[in-house]
Design a protein around this ligand. Structure first.
Ligand code: GLU
Length: 427
């Protein structure tokens, strides 16, 4: 499958996220010409750090958590990517997420490499003080390898603006001065950018709109199913709803809600914000979790975790378009079935790139200490997203490939050409 010694940590074995990434990467090789000889660089992370995080709990005991920061590639600029707090986080997953950031930043032509971090923890089980101590100690442990010119963390699943504020403060305390540009996704009054919270969901909508037009899918009254109702899923659902589509099914960790005539998305968002879950919004309309993928709809938006569209789902899903709001929701084998079934997938590395695009704006604004209006942010973000979607769409037509492979072609050409020009140290 790939030319890595299978005994190596990063070789990728079994049905894991990293292995899924490796399989996706292999598909690009035939399209790269002489650059394919350099592809080996992307089959391994540049630098992986595993840290022990001791935390004094509120009851005075000490608990240890395992944390990671992986810099997959920094050829085109500093590492960029979120930090995930989740009980299933492991090195394999963080490696895959960091690699997808490499591809994402290059496909969008942002001047970053790819990185990702994580801590294996269920943040909902910690008090606010415990969460703060964990975040600060994690930041102190990865302090050496992050920085505004080195590697810039951001929010991901289980983290938010408050956690970014603690990370920025911890880094700044160690540096002896306030360094706002070390993380993005910060609260707006601490050097954060307007529009960052909604950016990922907005990008899902914008990329979906553009590709729907290419495949002749009318968005008015199009039926939409959304998995995940956090920042990404709820904002994407809202924008489709506001633009005339019918959001018929929403699933989160608590329940699956189906309403044939279309869910009142603003009301559901209000309910979710008050209750932290969608369960109970309309008990009579709750269906079983397994039924989610069996709903008949034009568009599915997986906006939660990876690996949810497997071969079984791919064989039966009744959809025209899949918008990957989550990172890595589709297995590589499932991807091939979707292609055979003529279901278009807008891949994560394009579809959910609105977040990192506005993170890029935040980093630029922090350096300049000059902040843009929300209107300017969305205008610039939409322009970058629309261009990237069309570049990848045309590349897919030219190469006769899926949009995912086309995004990898665009990204790998940029990264490997940059490596060719830089050369290999010490030469
Ligand atoms: N965690 C987000 C992602 O997967 C955002 C990363 C960032 O803003 O750096 O794209």
């Amino acid at each position: 499958m790939n030319s890595i010694d299978p005994s190596l940590t990063y070789a990728g074995q079994g049905n894991t996220a990293w292995n899924n990434y490796l399989k996706q990467l292999e598909k690009v090789s035939p399209f790269l010409g002489e650059l394919s000889e350099r592809l080996d660089m992307l089959r391994r992370p540049k630098r992986s750090l595993i840290v022990d995080i001791p935390v004094i709990m509120d009851d005075g005991t000490v608990r240890h958590f395992e944390g990671y920061r992986v810099q997959h590639n920094v050829t085109r600029g500093p590492g960029k990517g979120g930090v995930r707090f989740h009980p299933d986080v492991n090195l394999d997953e963080v490696m895959a997420l960091s690699a997808w950031m490499t591809i994402k930043c290059a496909a969008l032509n942002l001047p970053f490499g790819g990185a990702k971090g994580g801590v294996r923890v269920d943040p909902s089980q910690l008090s606010r003080r415990e969460l703060e101590r964990l975040t600060r100690r994690y930041t102190a442990e990865i302090n050496l390898i992050i920085g505004p010119q080195k590697d810039i963390p951001a929010p991901d699943v289980g983290t938010n603006g408050q956690i970014m504020a603690w990370m920025m403060d911890t880094f700044s305390m160690n540096a002896g001065s306030t360094v706002t540009g070390v993380v993005t996704g910060k609260p707006v009054h601490l050097g954060g950018s307007l529009g960052r919270v909604k950016a990922t969901g907005r990008g899902v909508y914008v990329s979906g709109r553009e590709v729907a037009a290419e495949i002749g899918l009318e968005l008015k009254d199009a039926r939409i199913c959304v998995q995940g109702f956090g920042n990404v899923g709820s904002e994407a659902a809202l924008l489709f709803h506001d633009n005339g589509s019918k959001v018929v099914c929403v699933q989160d960790h608590s329940a699956t809600l189906y309403q044939e005539h279309g869910i009142d998305v603003p009301k559901l968002i209000e309910y979710m914000q008050a209750n932290k879950k969608i369960q109970g919004y309309a008990f009579n309309d709750e269906i079983s979790n397994d039924a989610f993928w069996k709903v008949s709809a034009e568009i599915f938006i997986p906006a939660a975790l990876e690996g949810v569209i497997d071969v079984d789902v791919a064989q039966t899903i009744d959809a025209k378009l899949i918008l990957e709001g989550a990172n890595g929701p589709t297995d590589s084998d499932a991807d091939e079935i979707l292609t055979e079934r003529n279901i278009t997938v807008v891949p994560d590395v394009i579809c959910n790139a609105g977040g990192v695009t506005v993170s890029y704006f935040e980093w630029v604004q922090d350096f300049a200490s000059y902040f843009w209006t929300e209107e300017e942010i969305y205008q610039r973000m939409d322009a970058i997203m629309v261009k990237a979607v069309h570049d990848v769409w045309h590349k897919s037509k030219q190469a006769g490939s899926t949009m995912r492979t086309a995004a990898y072609i665009v990204a790998c050409e940029r990264i490997l050409n940059a490596r060719k020009e830089r050369g290999i140290y010490p030469g």
